[in-house]
Design a protein around this ligand. Sequence first.
Ligand code: G6P
Ligand code: MN
Length: 442
Amino acid sequence: MAVRIAIVGAGSGYMPGVIRGLLHRSADLAGSELVCHDTNAEHLELMARLARGMFAARGADFTVRTETTLKAALDGADFVFTTFRPGGLPGRHLDESIPLRHGVVGQETAGPGGFLMACRSVPVLLEIARVLEEVAPDAWIVNYTNPTNIVTDAVSRHTGARIIGLCDQNIGDTEMWAELLGLPADGLEIDWIGLNHATWAERVRLRGDDISAEVAARLATLGPPDAAATPHRDPIRMAEVGRALGVLVNSYSKYYFFHDDVVAELRAKGTTRAQDIMAMLSGYYAGIAEQAALPDPDPSGERGGGEHGEFAVDTICAIAGDEGRRMIVNTRNRGAIADLPDDAIVEVPAVVGRGGPTPLVMGGLPGPVRGLTQAVHAYERLAADAAVTGDERVALRALMAHPFVRSKRVAEAILAEGLAAHRADLPQFRGTPAAAEGVPRP
Ligand code: G6P
Ligand code: MN
């Protein structure tokens, strides 16, 4: 399957993991061409050098080209792999800190922080889709740019491009639950259903056998994991929430069910995740540069962990090779989840082949999280509409619809601060009614 893959955001710190993902399928993808694009020319050239070095050292038959304009990068692509962050980490820092000032969890994808990120990501994805119409109308966008579900929704409702939304969280969450429940991770399959970063599960198989009843029984008596062996709070909270609700929960569930505790912790911590990453990033890139200069580069401790790149490349192979592989992806519901509209973008098990993902029928959402998931969906739909149109009234509705936001005043304050802080990256919000009427912005 020799294909042309355009990578938009190829200078990203996640790129070494993508290179490893490509290596893991190098036999299947032999003869393929990677066209790398990034707005940061220095990081772009560095990652291209690293990719060439790693491919050469391991005998992988790939060619690597860099392009600095989007149109040249996308020209003739079979796949467009999007893995960029408009506004960069300084933008993420704002997303994580503005809501927090108003007593709301500040997170890059969940809640108002995710809303602000959607407003930056969506216009760029719409532009990619527009260029694709011209230079590669049959290409598949394989999207990691967050919030992946809102981006996928905007692109699929507003453009003719084909898109599949990715997140590898389900892999890590499955491993986490294997440990919590005392089950082997190998061969464990959990049917995560819901919305990206808001999935739940009741159905579990181990090497093909349905063990849902056994899992429910273990969950009902699940004690907290050994705190000494689990210094991190996340699994403790997942176990607690999962037991209380009687369903397996994803790692973002803490933001919903421990909202105020998380706000207090984030405030006490004093730095945002974006700041923590920025502090390590120059050392990280220096390490990559050192490795790229070696005959057999092996960047360790890369961003994104093991599964991230493999998951994306497996998705590309599933489509290119018409593999009919079962994967958990973000796509149109089409009846897969009974309690959400058919045109909602949901995260569900799907069979992925040449025609893209076909979601599998999963039935209803677990009762205790049905209403929450429906509320988050209502927010996501409004957020996509606001991000596409730049209509501030719709933006306010989106924030007011989000379960984290419990006051109109708070929604208004976060919106005003967020739009002002990100103004340079939000072309669609210029010329909104307020601006047209000459009302000064904060
Ligand atoms: C997980 C999520 C991604 C998110 C990432 C952030 O992988 O599924 O959607 O972007 O974490 O990780 P970071 O190291 O940047 O905080
Ligand atoms: Mn994710």
